[in-house]
Structures are given as C-alpha cells and as structure tokens.
Design a protein around this ligand. Structure first.
Ligand code: PA5
Length: 432
C-alpha cells in the first residue's frame, strides 16, 4: 500500500527538478542527523517506531472507559492540540457521526472546545450536552494556552456541578507536558489520568502522540492501524533516493514552484470527510513555513463545492497559485445512478454509472482546465481512506513539511509569530 505522487502537470522543466535534488538531499541529511534549526522538536520523526507501548495501551483502556461511562467526549484544545484528532475523526467516521443513534454509532459523540474564545459556542455546546453523560479530554502542551484554559475552567465547573468534585475527576483526562505547565500542576493536584505530549514534539506534529490518539481511539478508530501507517511512512519516506521517495518529490516540487513565483498552494479534495485534513495541513505548513518574510501561503478548496465559489479565481485570477490534489482511489460507499423513463433532468446519459465515477471525472476535468489555465497541479493519491492510509498520509505531509522548511531556510519547528497577538491581548486584559 503506497502513496502515489504525480507531478506530470507541475508545468516545470526537467532541469528544475534536478537542480533542487541536492538541496532536498541536504535537508534530508540535516533532519535525520538532528543538527538543523529546531532540532529539539524533531521527536516526531521516529515516534511511530519508538513510542511508549505501555502508554499506548493505557490510551486504549482510557478510550474504553470513556465509552463505558459517557455518551459524549469533549476534546479541549487549540491548534496542534485538536486539528489532527478532528481530521482523523472526520475522515474515518460516519459523515453524521454525532447525529447517529447510539446503537449505530457505538462510541461516544466527540465535540471540540477551547479552539476559540466564543461564549456563544461554549454556551451552546453546554446546552447541547446538558442531558448527556460527559467526559473531558483537555489537551495543552504548554498547559498555559488561554483558549483551552478558559474552556476547561468553565467545563470543569459544569462537570463538578453535575457529578460532584470526586466523580468529575474520574471523568477528566489531561494530555500535557510530562513535567511543566499549569495543566500538569492542575492534573497532579486533582489526580486526573494523564497522557504525555513528548517535549520534543511540537503541537502541529503531534497527531501521532496521545494528543491525537485518545480522541481518535474514543471515536472507535483503530489506532494500531493508524500508527502502523505512520510507521510505514517513517520507513518509506526516509529513503534518500528522491526519485523513489514521493514525500521528498512533493517537498521538492513545492519549492520549485515557489521559486517560480507560485506563492499560494491550494490543498484540494473531492471528499467532504477530508475537508478538515486541509485545516490540519494549513496549520502544519502555515506555522512551519511562514517566517522571515518567506513561505508558501497554504489554503484549500473542498471540491466540487468550491468550484462554484473559488473556481473562477483559480481558473482566471492571478497566476501565483498551484494546487495539490489529495485523491482517494477507492470509495467505500457507492451510489449507482438509475435510468428514468422520462429523463426530464437529462441525466440518463449517466445511468448505470456511480457517483464516484462522476466525481472522478469532475477531478480530471478540473485538473485539465486548471493546467490549461497555467495552474500547476500536483496529485497525491491514496488507495482508500482508512486508518492505515491516513496515518501514512499525515506522516507524508509532516515529513515533507520538515524537509520543505529546511529547503526554504526557516526553522520549521518553532512559531515565534504566534506570540504577538497574545502579548497584546494580555496587555489589554491586564494580565500580571
Ligand atoms: O503547533 C503548535 O505548536 C501550536 O499550534 C499549538 O499546538 C497551539 O498553540 C496550542 O498550544 P498548547 O498545546 O501548548 O496549548
């Protein structure tokens, strides 16, 4: 099972690919030798083959316990502390997972909080779960991030009111740094069950750690298969031979295109269940590369929906865009279009065809149109959307991001710019 990367529509010359190969090779060496910028945050590179098995089993046991005692798990976190889990849950569960009857869903509903400071959002969420049995998984590496800290304070109070202080403690699971931060102090003081975000893994690279794994397992997803996919990616994408390594080819191509003035990369999907993958990918690349006045601006198109809103801009707007399409080869659920006697809607020409066939041709037609319009297109293909392939795909994007960042000449593992708004907000709020 492999990830395919096709760059035959990248609209570049062969020598441009070859010129960048030594640069990618150097970035590969730097990342694997651990002697580049941000090298204290590269624990994710070999995490899939070196994670703590005892903790992994404890995650599965905690997910089972949550599902036995609760109808709802509220995952509290922001940025890298929630995007990965939501991506995997959206991609691998039923499209209307939370709305399904319990007998069909089997596992707890998953809601997210602490990813904004909206009192409307939090009030509505609390109203929504008022009559349900609730557990919390609060996730913060630093343990001091304002958004999840506020949400946790409010939700913890509501839980204590509902179940009493002692039972509430039993329903709270904290994922944070092993030693430091307010959340670690709080968890220790209250005796919550805790899971560790390794200190050498940054938030946006943490989906393969307990940060992603506890919510993902609670949603009934096979985390063994997810980690097996990531481990397969770890092996496959460490191949220094660029011609055999699709991950490094992707890192290379996006840098070739950036050097040619393509400053915007659009991640395109044709499956609504993959829409959040783009949100995760945008944070991964945006926070890793947007530095020192450089970086490819990451954005997304959920097709074919967005072809009816942004399609015009891609086709005929400024030529500073390239697209990376994430394609799924085999779709699980099929609908065959039937023949109708009167054909009033004029769709009989599609009778006997599946919706996936129509979707696939929408992809092909769009790619052809955009390439004709001088928009380079890269295509990443996975065989099917399952835990193994998604684990591998997410590792693919993380590895390509680390390498791309080094090629760009930035530290892909820090995020100093995120502090600017916080500083101003704290001043305005009078934080001491
Ligand atoms: O990728 C990152 O490092 C950030 O997006 C963080 O995940 C985000 O800011 C949340 O931080 P924390 O987990 O410390 O609350």
């Amino acid at each position: 099972m492999s990830i395919k990367f096709n760059f035959e529509n990248a609209l570049i010359n062969a020598h441009e690919y070859h010129y960048l190969k030594p640069v990618i090779e150097a970035a590969h060496k730097t990342l694997h030798a651990g002697d580049g910028p941000g090298n204290d945050y590269i624990g994710w590179v070999d995490y899939p083959s070196s994670f703590d098995l005892a903790e992994f089993e404890r995650i599965k046991a905690a997910a089972k316990r949550i599902n036995e005692m609760a109808d709802v798990l509220i995952v509290i976190g922001i940025g890298g502390s929630y995007l990965g889990a939501k991506t995997v849950i959206d991609a691998l569960t039923h499209t209307f997972y939370n709305e399904l009857p319990k007998e069909k869903r089997k596992t707890a509903k998953i809601y997210f909080a602490g990813q904004n400071i909206s009192s409307t959002y939090l009030s509505d969420l609390m109203e929504m779960v008022e009559n349900e049995s609730v557990c919390l998984n609060v996730i913060s590496k630093s343990g001091t991030t304002t958004e999840p800290a506020i949400a946790f304070r409010v939700l913890k109070k509501a839980l204590e009111k509902k179940y009493g202080v002692e039972e509430a403690k039993n329903r709270i699971f904290a994922t944070t740094d092993a030693k430091s931060g307010a959340l670690r102090t709080l968890a220790t003081a209250n005796g919550y069950e805790t899971f560790v975000i390794p200190s050498n893994v940054g938030g946006r690279y943490s989906v393969i750690t307990p940060v992603g794994l506890l919510p993902i397992a609670t949603a009934g997803i096979d985390i063994d298969a997810f980690m097996a996919g990531a481990a397969d990616g770890q092996t496959a994408f460490s191949n220094p031979n660029i011609d055999e390594n699709p991950c490094y080819q992707y890192a290379l191509m996006r840098n070739v295109l950036y050097n040619k003035g393509k400053a915007i990369e659009v991640l395109v999907n044709y499956e609504p269940s993959m829409a959040f993958l783009a949100e995760w990918w945008m944070q991964l690349y945006g926070e890793s590369e947007g530095k020192d006045g450089k970086g490819i601006f990451p954005t997304k198109m959920n097709n074919t929906t967005d072809l009816h809103s942004m399609g015009q801009m891609i086709q005929d707007g400024p030529r500073h865009v390239f697209e990376t399409v994430v394609r799924v080869e085999k779709v699980e659920k099929e609908i065959v279009l039937e023949l109708e006697d009167n054909d009033l809607d004029g769709l009989n020409y599609l009778a006997g065809k599946t919706m996936s066939y129509v979707n696939e041709n929408a992809f092909k037609g769009t790619l052809e149109a955009h390439v004709d319009g001088n928009v380079p297109n890269l295509v990443v293909t996975i065989e099917k959307l399952d835990a193994f392939n998604l684990g591998k795909l997410m590792y693919f994007f993380m590895k390509a991001c680390g390498v791309s960042g080094y090629v760009l000449g930035v530290n892909p593992f820090d995020q100093p710019g995120v502090e600017a708004y916080k500083k101003n907000m704290f001043r305005l709020l009078g934080k001491k």
